[in-house]
Design a protein around this ligand. Structure first.
Ligand code: ADP
Ligand code: MG
Length: 579
């Protein structure tokens, strides 16, 4: 049963929209399906999977670095249209060609085929790799008629990793076809699946029976039989797949024991207990096996066993890192801290020897609060900033600011514990920000915070004047590093007006709190005005025209942060205005 739905006709669309929202750090919804959130830094082959809905994590769940570039998402168990395939391919294409890869079903073959013709007519090299792993669906003599089931996953993974490594279109296609030729799957079903809103299952099996080789949409299988024990089932699956061992002398296997939707992981592990030893007894080494749901069929109960005979290059791509909503493998360098890094950080800070005055300690507590406010604000704004950066940049500004500010907060908390004054606390926060954020803005924010801390020092409670000069030090350091000027459409367009406005107001005797609030308002309107500018610095520069009408993400985030931290930086012990 599918129990959670509104209008059944909208089910697939609503599921896609929810999925894209939940995983907005990795994927972006486009007409016809979804693509990666970030475009590749350099052109690469776009690997696009697809098919009907109802098979999650196939197909949209495996979009991301190391795996697919996009997925074309049809209605439940229904091929997407050629228009959808075309549209997703256009969105994912980065200039090195497109390959559609999908299970061998007539509707998919036609629609992806038509989309390919259209793309080729536009000069975009486009290829198709069909998956035909289901040994129950046709004899080996007619292997090209076989349909694609869980073997999809291995073929897509190999192609995705190869494309990520920069392999050209012909080679990605060759690798995909080779992976398909060396992949075999047998599936079994215990019960049918039910469409949202339907009161009958799409197909059914008599209670206590199992359908061997039944297709994932209920297509006929080999035969029905009484439900065997787990051991008997494991033996039957292994025997049938090994009976089709391809002409390969490889003794290394990629293995997938796949659940079809309502079979529990625990059941699969029980089955694995039989499958794995049998394969090892047959002389095989099992390379990064997967036991879980990889290609499902709504709420169907059942399991399938997939084997791929690996040669060196297939194994290289099968085991390569991937970072997708439903599937993560390996330590993908940019997003995973090495094990133990947290401990190392704490130790490094422990060695620091802080000495500070009581006034600076009190102010350090306020700086720590400011960093807490910053981290929380940026967490809430991550997707807004990311979307803004995606228009003409690479979409990572939200992520970078979140990572940087979270690391800064953590480092500042440790420094505070160790007795740091305000200056040392901000300097430590800046170093952590620069270290962890990634991206241009991360380097600049990190260096700026360090300069702010150095100017504040650990000796005194800052006067409004010192505060204004410290902000100026922040701006000077960033200007020195980034060399951007007013009008270049960068964070400087908010920062320089802020610094100038704060200095003016404070030197004319306005209290720190009001001066800061007014300067923040100036920065906010200056940031908004960057919408009219074309970027002259940074990653958005090549797409200057696209950026018109959208404010600069770095200027926007800077104005937001400066607005939010004002109360922390200007509250007592900063002395009130003299008048
Ligand atoms: P990246 O551009 O490396 O992806 P982010 O997306 O995190 O980094 O940050 C982009 C922002 O960085 C831009 O919106 C802009 O405000 C700022 N920026 C880019 N280059 C410069 C520069 N040279 N000086 C000051 N700010 C810059
Ligand atoms: Mg960016």
């Amino acid at each position: 049963m599918t129990r959670i739905f509104n209008d059944p006709a909208d089910f697939a669309d609503e599921a896609l929209a929810g999925f894209c929202d939940a995983h907005s750090d990795l994927v972006r919804q486009v007409e016809g399906g979804a693509v990666r959130r970030n475009r590749p830094a350099t052109p690469k082959v776009a690997v696009i999977t697809g098919g009907g809905s109802g098979h999650y994590p196939a197909f949209a769940g495996i979009i991301g670095p190391g795996f697919a570039d996009g997925a074309v998402v049809g209605n439940i168990f229904t091929s997407p249209s050629s228009q959808q395939a075309y549209s997703v391919a256009k969105a994912a294409n980065s200039g090195a060609g497109v390959v559609f890869t999908y299970g061998n079903y007539a509707g998919d073959v036609m629609n992806f085929g038509m989309a390919s013709e259209r793309l080729k007519a536009e000069g975009i090299p486009t290829e198709n790799v069909l998956v035909t792993d289901d040994i129950a669906s046709a004899s080996i003599e007619e292997a090209e008629k076989r349909r694609g089931i869980a073997g999809d996953f291995v073929v897509f993974k190999v192609m995705g990793a190869a494309a990520e490594a920069g392999v050209d279109l012909d080679s990605v296609v060759r690798l995909g076809r080779k992976a398909n030729e060396l992949t075999r799957t047998i599936g079994t079903a215990f019960s049918g699946c039910t469409f949202p809103g339907a009161d009958q299952p799409l197909f059914s099996l008599p209670e206590g029976q199992m359908g061997l080789g039944l297709g994932i949409h209920g297509e006929p299988g080999l035969f029905d039989t009484e439900l065997p024990s787990a051991v008997e089932l494991g033996q039957e699956l292994v025997r049938r797949v090994l009976a089709e061992t391809p002409s390969s002398d490889s003794k290394r296997l990629a293995v997938i024991l796949n659940g079809l939707g309502s079979t529990k992981h625990e059941e699969l592990f029980v089955l694995w207990r039989t499958v794995a030893p049998l394969l090892r007894e047959a002389g095989y080494t099992l390379v990064m096996p997967e036991v879980g749901e990889l290609v499902t069929s709504l709420d169907m109960a059942g399991a399938s066993l997939t084997l791929t005979w690996l040669d060196d290059e297939l194994e290289q791509y099968w085991t390569a890192p991937a970072l997708t909503p439903a599937y993560r493998r390996g330590a993908v360098g940019f997003d995973v801290a090495p094990v133990g890094a947290d401990e190392a950080e704490v130790d490094a800070t422990a060695a620091a020897d802080y000495s500070s005055t009581a006034g600076s300690r009190a102010y350090a507590a306020q700086c720590l609060q400011a960093l807490g406010t910053t981290a929380a604000l940026l967490r809430d704004s991550e997707s807004v900033l990311g979307d803004m950066d995606a228009i003409a940049g690479d979409g990572d500004h939200g992520r970078g600011m979140v990572r940087g500010s979270a690391a800064a907060l953590k480092a500042a908390a440790v420094a505070f514990e160790r007795g740091a004054g305000a200056g040392s606390l901000l300097a430590a926060a800046g170093d952590a920000w620069a270290d962890k954020a990634g991206g241009t803005s991360g380097v600049l924010w990190g260096a700026g915070l360090r300069a702010l801390g150095e100017r504040l020092g650990d000796e005194e409670t800052p006067t409004p004047d010192v505060l204004a000069r410290s902000v100026r030090a922040f701006a000077d350091r960033i200007a020195g590093l980034g060399k951007a000027e007013i009008g270049d459409k960068t964070m400087m367009d908010a920062l320089l007006p802020f610094a100038a406005s704060l200095e003016d107001r404070i030197s004319s005797g306005i209290g720190a709190e009001q001066a800061w609030a007014a300067a923040a308002a100036d920065a906010t309107s200056a940031a908004a005005s960057t919408a009219e500018l074309r970027p002259l610095k940074g990653r958005a520069r090549p797409l200057a025209e696209k950026s018109l009408g959208t404010p600069d993400p770095g200027a926007t985030s800077l104005a937001m942060v400066f607005t939010a931290v004002g109360p922390h930086f200007t509250a007592a012990p900063v002395p009130a205005a003299a008048n």
